[in-house]
Design a protein around this ligand. Structure first.
Ligand code: ATP
Length: 784
């Protein structure tokens, strides 16, 4: 790992006017220890460290950094000059000796002059001792770019499918939906029950809908439900009208609160049909939509449920809570149970809650039917005679369907992308079978960039800068989502891009990251930044979701909480800074762009050790085009592309200076770094070959968090602190987030632990510190 074959550079400060207040150590220790065993080198290092400590008690502690023998490194001496350490093993390091002064000059000009209080900081160079990027096979299979999730021109119209004329007119006006999409053509007639006639009896089969992201699955299940309720209203005699007091007729379950809110808003717009021009009737007037959602007070929800919510959108945990505790919650007449993003809902973590929900719904409707043999709704031919279950997702594969099949009645499987699946399958006949393939929108341009760990941060900066180029005073009208693996990383990068461009400002004047929903970046001028993750307060989450949805341009930093189902208008690019921990999430993340036939672009960041992931994606039918790092970095200096290394170094240095100048910022960076590693350990066992924690170069990785510390430093500091905090943490299940818990490589390697704890956490707080503090008591196995 990083610590092997080290050259230790320890230098005391040289005299400097700003340092006169301090008494400086008299020794100048400069050790270049190449030979000898590790133990010997370590002993020398410790001896020198303690000598320096003794002679500089009142002095700012010496900061040092380890550089590998091949490494070039910048030495920031106290006279504010960067001088290159001469490492004989690497000639190219000398080449940068002259450049280093230029970088410093440049920094001064841009107001980024080094103002470090530390006497010496040795900073490894960005462009040396990076691992070589393995050759990447180019896939010749090209997408034809024909939009695969757009409405179908030669399709049957909505009216032709049997939908009410007023409803169709309203959908056209409100949602601009005139022609149905492929999946709507297939699903709506089936769910309207026009053709499921068996033995002269109309049967409502359970339905599994799988179609690409952004192909209109929500309308595919909502329109038939509303249509059938409208038909039921028409068929009712005026003396027995339908009312909201019938209780809940349909439940739509979603894995996240944002998706629940979005579905509710689609429902509300669908139900706002104006009175019919011909009859002047509002047939849907009695249908009340509503939501029960985690993160808000239950009292108001209970009151609404008591009055009757006919179409209820919910997240699983809160629904179970109401089923168990709200006595007035009436589900006896339930006709539809929709599991949106069903594969996520059926995953471990939600699965148990879901089983309980289904069990309670079954028990209640059975008990009710025994007492009320006659019921107008049960007798009606128009509504399903039994509770119909609908499963819906872009990534429903055989394993999930098998799992779901236990609770489904004769499920019918509708695939919105049959033709494409066949086509893709032919191209991969050797290693793919249909059940393993995922389909992404045809018109979506998918790219990947293999970046050495040290260059990750500057590469992200370069990509964002070139995306949000300034056109005179305004910024390009782009909307971009950047996905990170954990909440702490989102918080760290959000703060970094918001405040690091203004180095002269002290931390007290930083834009407030904890309470603001959006901030203007100081790194990329005029760029509006947003963030979303599962550990934010519900109010912040809701406002961010709404604000980013309506913004004309901006970047959203988020975790997978925003990966599924969210229909954020006009998102043009998706950057996956951290690869997803589950390949299914790749499909959902990139699906936030290229929706409903529109163009879109997605870029996946990989480390050189992770290139195997490109093959995994290909085996699932997903082809990405490789982009070279230096091509991207050259955009930093469009006028002088050859000077990109200088500019990249300058940017990296300014990020590091920003972080290292304040304890709170350092702590945020460390927390993000640790959480990233924890999240890394949650990759599924099938991907461990590619994403193994042992393959991470922790020292290089630290640079992508603008940290200069060697990994052993980080872990030591954190473990010392964690010992202090240990008792408090174990007493309290969810300690305040500024406490730090121990990072233990061996525990991280134990995927079982990381995976288990991940599952204890709601809503994608993966890898964050809360996610690591789950129940520690093993459940006793029941002996049958
Ligand atoms: N037939 C249609 N014509 C025009 N617009 C439509 C049509 N059907 C749906 N839309 C719009 O397309 C967008 C995407 O729809 P929706 O969110 O239902 O996609 P989805 O398939 O559920 O995607 P995901 O898998 O990401 O959840 C929405 O804004 C919706 O209003």
């Amino acid at each position: 790992m990083a610590d092997d074959g080290l050259i230790l550079n320890i230098c005391s400060a040289t005299k400097n006017a700003s340092d006169t207040a301090h008494k400086k150590p008299s020794i100048r220790a400069q050790v270049k220890e190449v030979g000898g065993s590790w133990k010997e080198r370590n002993r020398v290092r410790k001896a020198i460290k303690s000598q320096i400590k003794k002679s500089a008690k009142s002095y700012v502690p010496l900061e040092h950094d380890y550089n590998t023998a091949e490494n070039g490194g910048y030495d920031l001496s106290s006279n504010n000059e960067i001088t290159q350490k001469k490492f004989p093993k690497n000639k190219s390091a000398f080449a940068r000796v002259e450049n280093s002064k230029e970088v410093q000059e440049k920094s001064k000009k841009s107001g980024n002059a080094i103002t470090t209080t530390q006497p010496h900081q040795v900073i490894s160079s960005l462009f040396t001792s990076n691992p070589t990027i393995p050759p990447i096979k180019h896939n010749n299979q090209q997408n034809d770019n024909f939009p695969s999730n757009a409405p179908v021109d030669d399709s049957n119209s909505f009216i032709g499918m049997g939908l009410d004329a007023d409803l169709v007119a309203h959908v056209k006006e409100k949602l601009n939906a005139e022609k149905p999409t492929d999946i709507q053509c297939k699903a709506i007639p089936l769910l309207l029950n026009s053709n499921n006639i068996s033995r002269n009896e109309i049967i409502d089969l359970d339905v599994v809908i799988q179609a690409e992201t952004g192909s209109g699955k929500t309308l595919a299940f909502l329109l038939p439900i509303i249509e059938r309720l409208i038909r039921a209203t028409k068929s009712m005699k005026s003396d027995s009208p339908l009312t909201r007091s019938l209780g809940t007729l349909a439940i739509i379950l979603t894995p996240t609160r944002e998706l629940a809110k979005q579905t509710l808003s689609v429902l509300e717009s669908l139900l706002s049909i104006p009175p019919s021009k011909t009859t002047n009737n509002r047939l849907q007037h009695w249908i009340v939509p509503g939501i029960v959602n985690g993160g808000v007070k239950k009292k108001a929800e209970k009151a609404r449920l008591r009055r009757g919510v006919n179409l209820l959108v919910s997240t699983p945990g809160r629904l179970l809570d109401h089923l168990q505790n709200t006595r007035s919650f009436s589900v006896e007449n339930l006709r539809w149970l929709v599991l949106d993003e069903a594969d996520r809902l059926l995953e471990l973590g939600f699965e148990e809650t879901l089983q309980k929900i289904i069990q309670m719904l079954d028990d209640r409707s059975e008990a009710y039917q025994k007492i009320n043999q006659k019921n107008c709704l049960f007798d009606s031919e128009i509504l399903p005679k039994r509770r119909q279950t609908i499963l819906c997702s872009a990534t429903l594969k055989d394993d999930v369907r098998r799992l779901a099949g236990q609770n489904l009645f004769n499920p019918t499987y509708i695939n919105g992308t049959d033709q494409r699946t066949d086509k893709v399958n032919k191209g991969h006949s050797t290693h793919a079978n249909n059940s393993k393939l995922f389909t992404t929108p045809n018109q979506l341009k998918q790219k990947c960039i293999v970046t050495p760990a040290k260059l990750r941060l500057v590469t992200l900066t370069a990509i964002l800068k070139s995306t949000f180029k300034r056109h005179s005073e305004s910024i390009s009208n782009e909307k971009v989502i950047v996905f990170f693996s954990c909440c702490d990383a989102v918080d760290f990068y959000f703060d970094l891009f918001a405040n690091a461009g203004n180095l002269e400002q002290d931390s007290d004047n930083d834009q407030n990251v904890s309470s603001e929903t959006s901030l203007i970046s100081t790194v990329i001028p005029n760029l509006m930044m947003f963030r979303l993750h599962g550990e934010l307060s519900q109010t912040l989450r809701t406002t961010t979701f709404q604000k980013f949805g309506t913004a004309s341009s901006g970047v959203l930093f988020c975790t997978d909480v925003a990966a599924r189902g969210l229909d954020l208008p006009n998102v043009s690019k998706i950057f996956q800074y951290d690869p997803p921990t589950d390949i299914k999430d790749y499909v959902h993340r990139v699906g936030r762009t290229a929706r409903l036939g529109k163009d879109g672009e997605a870029m996946l960041f990989l480390l050189p050790s992770e290139v195997g992931y490109i093959d995994s994606l290909e085996a699932r039918g997903i082809n990405t085009k490789n982009v070279q790092v230096d091509t991207v970095l050259r955009n930093l200096t469009p006028m002088k592309p050859s000077e990109y290394e200088l500019e990249a170094t300058s940017i990296q240095l300014s990020f590091e200076r920003y972080v290292l100048s304040d304890n709170q910022r350092i702590s945020r960076a460390r927390k993000a770094y640790l959480s990233y590693i924890r999240a890394y350990a949650t990759h599924s066992s099938s991907e461990k070959e590619i994403f193994h924690i042992k393959k991470l170069h922790l020292g290089h990785l630290a640079k992508s968090f603008a940290l200069r510390e060697a990994p052993s430093n980080i872990t030591n500091i954190e473990s010392k602190r964690s010992k202090k905090n240990h008792d408090k943490i174990t007493q309290k299940k969810f300690p305040p987030t500024d406490k730090v818990i121990q990072i233990d490589r061996f525990k991280l390697n134990n995927t079982g632990l990381a995976q288990k704890r991940k599952l204890d956490v709601n809503e994608f707080a993966v890898g964050s510190y809360k996610s690591m503090i789950g129940p520690t008591v093993k459940k006793k196995r029941k002996i049958k």
